[in-house]
Design a protein around this ligand. Structure first.
Ligand code: NAG
Ligand code: NAG
Ligand code: NAG
Ligand code: NAG
Length: 457
């Protein structure tokens, strides 16, 4: 094991030294072979999808190009924003309860890091838990220590700090809302300091007409757009009920079938023009670190084109993915640039847009819209724990957890995942973690186990 690692390190060291001599290692463009993150253009990282040591890493885009710096005078619905599915479910995160986490992870970095990379839409699942509101995944509609990530206010404070430091940026939060207490959400938004950035429901067009312009949102400092999945909160707390304003395609694996773009069940039809915002979901039922590399590449562009047709020739305002930094080159950030190009100025890339230009008067040399994958992606070796678990996880796991919208993580799935984790921690000889884990399994999981097929509530 160690020897293989060493051999591959020597191999790369040689390769990189050679590359270094030729390129002097800075400002490498997307998809060029790289040495480390610093050798790539800003907004890119050095990485590889394959886990194949003979395929050297390349510069991979992790940031879209900001449309705000180009053209601000258009309505909010004329822009596209990179959006992270389950933005809070971060790899390597331990539950703030101190428990081991038995929940899938969807992203690699913190909310602050995501925002610094240009993520502007955050999908957050909020639950009542421990006399507070937590970001969590559920099991029978409830949050448990081993599915709870952290109190929601922590993340809201990160958003507040970012908005404070970046006075022309706008952020949208999509809450999958399980909070029942009166004004529960309002309280944490106020406590986080985000109240002052609140974009009021009264300014949202509910009949499909244009939103206020970015300029106007920035000038009035109403730079936080929040949607909830609970309809009653629009009247009671002034939090916009998402399905009055947004259409979405089907999320999860069913939404990723090539050539079709069905609407999500809760959403008005994709082509319904009485909703002015369009959100593209593009992630599988079970988050998969390895596959995300492929899924965020050419298939995302293909699906964006398919959904454009399904949405009555509208490009997505939000592009929601897992592991937004993973791709074989341009990835989700390039998809956002493409959508922004079309929405803002009728070109294939936001880079072609200029203030006051005629719509569609694009540079004839503009690059083609669909970046073709340069390397084939194998689902080999260096897997992250989440996807390793996913792959080995058997039926229970695959049956799934679908997406956040699924109200319950199936117990079978949890038990399977827990047993896999237990196995792993025993191999790693992490006594404390193993003990915690076996306690969770024996005290919390097994007693709830029912004959196959039943599902509690
Ligand atoms: C690794 O990449 C090399 C060069 O592209 C290729 O020949 C080889 O088949 C790949 N190996 C695997 C396991 O995919
Ligand atoms: C859950 O976590 C809390 C701390 O947030 C702790 O007080 C409690 O004992 C934990 N419950 C279990 C069952 O481990
Ligand atoms: C939509 O509502 C706005 C005001 O909220 C109004 O100005 C506009 O005419 C309405 N458009 C349609 C198509 O009803
Ligand atoms: C998906 O469909 C498009 C055209 O509809 C086609 O060009 C592409 O090859 C298909 N991709 C896969 C993976 O089947």
């Amino acid at each position: 094991m160690e020897r293989i690692k060493l051999a591959s390190n020597v191999f790369f060291a040689t390769l990189f030294t050679a590359a270094f001599l030729f390129t002097l290692s800075s400002g490498l463009k997307e998809k060029q072979t790289c040495i480390n993150d610093k050798s790539c253009d800003s907004g890119s990282q050095c990485g590889t999808c394959t886990g194949n040591v003979s395929v050297p890493p390349r510069c991979i885009r992790v940031q879209p190009h900001s449309p705000v710096r180009k053209v601000r005078g258009l309505p909010f619905n004329r822009y596209s924003w990179l959006t992270t599915h389950n933005a809070f479910a971060r790899m390597g995160h331990k539950s703030d309860t101190g428990s081991v986490l038995l929940a899938p992870v969807n992203q690699q970095d913190s909310i602050t890091a995501q925002l610094n990379n240009g993520v502007r839409g955050l999908m957050l699942d909020m639950y009542e838990f421990e006399n507070d509101i937590w970001l969590c995944h559920s099991f029978h509609g409830k949050c448990y220590n081993y599915t709870a990530f952290q109190p929601a206010i922590n993340v809201l404070k990160e958003v507040e700090e970012f908005l404070e430091a970046n006075p022309t940026e706008i952020i949208t939060i999509f809450i999958e809302d399980y909070v029942t207490s009166q004004s529960g959400l309002t309280k944490i938004f106020k406590a986080s300091g985000l109240g002052k950035f609140w974009f009021p429901v009264a300014r949202m067009p509910s009949n499909g007409s244009n939103w206020p312009t970015l300029d106007s949102m920035i000038q009035q400092n109403q730079r936080l757009v929040v949607f909830t999945s609970k309809s009653s909160k629009e009247a009671s707390e002034g939090i916009a009920y998402i399905w009055r304003y947004v259409v979405e395609n089907q999320y999860g694996t069913d939404g990723m079938k090539n050539g079709s773009c069905p609407s999500r069940a809760e959403s008005a039809a994709m082509n319904s023009k009485t909703r002015s915002l369009v959100l593209l979901n593009h992630f599988p039922d079970t988050p998969d670190f390895i596959e995300a590399c492929k899924q965020n590449s050419a298939p995302l562009i293909t699906m964006m084109n398919t959904c454009h047709d399904a949405a009555g020739k509208r490009w997505p305002n939000f592009i929601a993915v897992d592991f937004y930094k993973r791709s074989d080159g341009g990835g989700a950030p390039a998809a956002v640039d493409f959508a922004n190009g079309h929405l803002v100025c009728g070109c294939n890339n936001i880079d072609s847009c200029r203030a006051k230009m005629t719509f569609g008067d694009c540079d004839p040399r503009e690059s083609s819209p669909a970046p073709a994958p340069t390397t084939s992606v194998s689902s080999a070796s260096n897997s992250a724990s989440a996807s390793a678990a996913a792959k080995e996880g058997g039926e229970g796991y695959k049956k799934s957890f679908a997406n956040s919208d699924c109200e319950q993580i199936e117990l079978e799935w949890l038990v399977t995942t827990a047993l896999i984790e237990l196995n792993k921690c025993m191999e790693l000889d992490e006594a404390l973690q193993c003990m915690q884990l076996s306690r969770v399994i024996s005290t919390s999981l097994l007693p709830h186990r029912k004959p196959h097929g039943e599902n509690g509530d």
